[in-house]
Ligand binder design. Sequence first.
Ligand SMILES: [Zn+2]
Length: 95
Amino acid sequence: MSLYARAARHAWRMLGAVALGVLLIVTVDRLYGHSTLAFAAAILLLLIVNAPMLRFNCPRCAKNAFFRGMFVVPWPNRICTRCGLDLSDTASHNR
Ligand SMILES: [Zn+2]
């Protein structure tokens, strides 16, 4: 599987984690009232789920697929923003 495909799958997982985090906060808010603990738990969940994001690096120049310049984007780049390598090309990921 190409780096782009794996990164895209991770992006979907992140989306699910965000939805879960929001659901957690809303549920706790309804049941127990406003809770900073629920917020902390949701943020912790997002940090844990998002940790593998740092592994999606361009095989040629090691630039992270989720970074556009200095900014982090929720969806991976199909083309590396630094060296222009096609990250959806399956042949280029075993280096
Ligand atoms: Zn690159």
